[in-house]
Write a protein that binds this ligand. Structure first.
Ligand code: DLZ
Length: 221
């Protein structure tokens, strides 16, 4: 039986729930998932004013490149402009949380996608790094109110990675959609206007970096 208390609670929370609904260009057009073979579906997200930072590892470079490709495809499908996508790299997954924190604190993007692949070896290294990275990324998101997409595959072997980073099952695609959905949610919830944002120029996030390319100036990015 539905109690009077639960009806009052539902009516009280309804306006807040509405404020958190992501912007859909068409409410009925939830599309089937194009990327990973999971249950999640995404609305028709409009990311035309959204800025996304991609931080990817150079460890497991080829697999990570495929994941980033999938992510960029999703961003494009959500109308995120090329000039609003910023990409940089770090050596390995262990470096992702701190790099994400630097980018989050810069206030120059609306969401961050981290992309990395951890493959289990013979020692406990995998377990330690996996745990540190996942809790580190969650902390960055909660501490900075910046959506940080957990784009790290934790796999037992390369075959598992390939299955999740290629073809119709590229998890990177989901990560891109998640970034746009969470960016819209953040901006709406915190009342952030797109023209309030500081420029990316000057902190090195203004152009995509090619992996292996030598940097002209010293500095983190
Ligand atoms: C050292 C290491 C190992 C063994 N394996 C991986 C891996 O599978 N994926 C990954 O992204 N990084 C790996 N690393 C590197 C660490 O993440 C980190 O870059 C180093 O320990 C330096 O902090």
């Amino acid at each position: 039986m539905i109690s009077l208390r639960s009806i009052i609670l539902a009516l009280t929370l309804a306006p807040f729930a509405a404020a958190f609904a992501p912007t859909l260009t068409s409410s009925s057009s939830f599309q089937a998932l194009k990327g990973a073979e999971s249950e999640v579906s995404f609305g028709d997200l409009d990311g035309k004013d959204v800025r996304v930072g991609i931080i990817r590892t150079r460890w497991n470079d080829e697999h990570v490149a495929n994941l980033v490709k999938g992510c960029r495809e999703a961003l494009k499908d959500c109308n995120v402009k090329d000039e609003n996508i910023f990409e940089t790299s770090v050596p390995g997954a262990y470096e992702l949380p701190l790099a994400a924190r630097f980018l989050a604190l810069s206030g120059t993007v609306d969401a961050i996608v981290t992309a990395g692949v951890l493959i289990k070896g013979e020692t406990l290294h995998f377990e330690y790094i996996s745990e540190a990275v996942s809790s580190g990324l969650m902390s960055v998101g909660l501490q900075t109110s910046m959506p940080v997409v957990y784009g790290v595959l934790n796999c037992l072997d390369e075959e598992q990675v390939t299955k999740r980073s290629s073809g119709d099952n590229n998890h990177g695609y989901d990560w891109g959609k998640t970034a746009v959905e969470m960016a819209l949610l953040r901006n709406e919830a915190l009342n952030i206007k797109t023209d309030d944002k500081p420029t990316l120029e000057g902190i090195g996030f203004n152009k995509p970096e090619k992996v292996g390319e030598k940097k002209k100036a010293p500095g983190f990015f």
